[in-house]
Write a new protein. Sequence first.
Length: 135
Amino acid sequence: MMLNSESCDCDNSIGLLSVFAQARQSARPRSGWLSAIREAQGIPLRQIAKALAVTPQAVQRLQISEANESNFAKALAASREAMGCDLVYALLPRSGHLTDAVEDRERQRAAERVLAAEHTMVLEIQGAGDVQKRI
């Protein structure tokens, strides 16, 4: 994207880009962002693969290529170097902050464990009752 007065409002573009300045401080996870975000949200490879209409192995290869800086990522790195820039990209959960998504997933897992325990307790005539309301 070329920033000049003919193609866009430079001040506005610079303002938009300044939002990403803090991202420079964040190190990319060793496993790459794709894998880290997917795992943090508890999304199985199969679910991503189904949404992309590819195999789980293809999703895994995509994650590995991002983590290992594939040819495309290397080309981006060379381009950013040539322009004297930093490359910043992000995956943001639509449901809100990543911490919210992780907390929701952990709540769901905890509820599943509690319901499984309640089921066993009911079989032993020791159920607490109304567990859904308590969760």
